[in-house]
Write a protein that binds this ligand. Structure first.
Ligand SMILES: [Fe+2]
Length: 367
């Protein structure tokens, strides 16, 4: 990549072709104190109201900076590195973190220790990198008093409140309205697939655990779907094409959303899984297609429920799991409530919280 000048044109040479950079693209990036607020990095002018036919009167490159004088009398001094990073047109912070596939062979899961200045520390930066690599992290020693989980969430970003409230309590009840509030086994699932948008990240905090069962289970939806793609492309294809309806009903709200069980992005790459087999309804399709769909869903379910794909561990009081609800399926083994208390608290945050925090810490520590 190279920025070159030819008369008063600024050219971008990527080694294969040479393209002119539009003068107005450069004019929009004028960052003198009359044009850009230093604190917020927001423009003090409105380029959308300007005529885009600006031209360059003079251009030079000096010590890593492109210097331009435009025909409207405005000057620009822009770092060449900044232009390069914009031309690559990629999120260089979050998108560059490579997901790591894992299954039951994942041992020694990384854990982080809560401490006083945790949220502004390098430890927090490392935690977020690990979160994007594995889809989950465990933090130990997180205070449990006064719904600290809400404070924890709000110190990364903002709690995503739902109709269940700011946070929810998971303990066995005598008259449960969800299997979570029983002592029964809960198979791997993602939370709230019926919401639009689905909550991105779930925090689950163990407050008390006196029972010998009730192990937490996690499955990497990314690993499972990537493996399915290689091993059974037809199943992968239909599960990533057919949109199904997810629905939740109670006395005050009816929530409904449609999505594929494997949702791909515009580049046909993994974006999100939803799996909650008590809540999904496939539309009526041709019988042959439904045959294929049901076989594929069974296969996916078998993979999600296979011991080969899951990790299982005991949550101790003060342990907090943070998991990507678009990637990780979670569940629980059964326990005997006669043995004692088991009390967890949960809440959600969205990706802008973790992404915003990660970019902030990267800037702060100049990483
Ligand atoms: Fe859940």
């Amino acid at each position: 990549m190279k920025i070159e000048l030819n008369r008063n044109k600024v050219l971008f040479n990527n080694g294969e072709s040479i393209q002119e950079i539009h003068p107005f693209w450069l004019r929009e990036r004028v960052d003198g104190e009359d044009y850009l607020d230093k604190g917020t990095q927001q423009r003090l002018f409105d380029p959308s109201s300007m005529n885009g036919e600006v031209s360059i009167e003079k251009a030079s490159i000096n010590e890593g900076f492109l210097e331009i004088k435009f025909n409207d009398g405005v000057n620009l001094k822009l770092s060449i590195d900044k232009i390069y990073s914009e031309l690559s047109n990629k999120d260089t912070v979050v998108q560059s973190i490579k997901k790591i596939k894992w299954d039951s062979s994942l041992t020694n899961t990384k854990s982080f220790n809560f401490n006083k200045n945790f949220f502004e520390s390098k430890e927090m930066y490392n935690l977020l990198i690990s979160f994007y690599e594995y889809g989950f992290v465990i933090v130990k020693n997180v205070p449990t008093e006064n719904n600290f989980i809400v404070k924890f969430a709000n110190s990364i970003g903002s709690v995503r409140r739902t109709n269940f409230g700011e946070h929810f309590n998971v303990r066995s009840k005598s008259d449960p309205n969800d299997l979570a509030y029983t002592s029964l086994h809960i198979s791997p699932h993602t939370d709230n697939p019926y919401r639009n948008p689905v909550p991105c990240i779930q925090l689950l905090h163990c407050i008390e655990n006196e029972v010998s069962g009730g192990f937490s289970t996690l499955v990497d939806g990314y690993t499972v779907t990537e493996n399915l793609k290689n091993e059974d492309p037809d199943a992968y294809k239909i599960l990533s094409e057919v949109k199904v309806r997810f629905k939740f009903i109670d006395k005050s709200v009816v929530l409904e959303d449609w999505s594929e069980l494997i949702h791909l992005n515009d580049d046909k790459e993994f974006k999100q899984v939803r799996f909650s087999p008590r809540l999904d309804y496939v539309p009526i399709l041709e019988k042959n297609k439904l045959d294929l769909y049901y076989k594929a869903r069974k296969k996916l379910s078998d993979l999600y429920n296979s011991e080969k794909n899951r990790i299982k561990f005991r949550l101790e009081p003060k342990d907090l799991i943070m998991m990507d609800n678009y990637r990780i399926l979670h569940g629980r083994t059964k326990f005997n409530p006669e043995e004692g208390k088991r009390f967890l608290q949960g809440c959600y945050i969205d990706f802008d919280s973790t992404e915003g925090k990660l970019r902030h810490l990267k800037r702060k520590f100049d990483i």
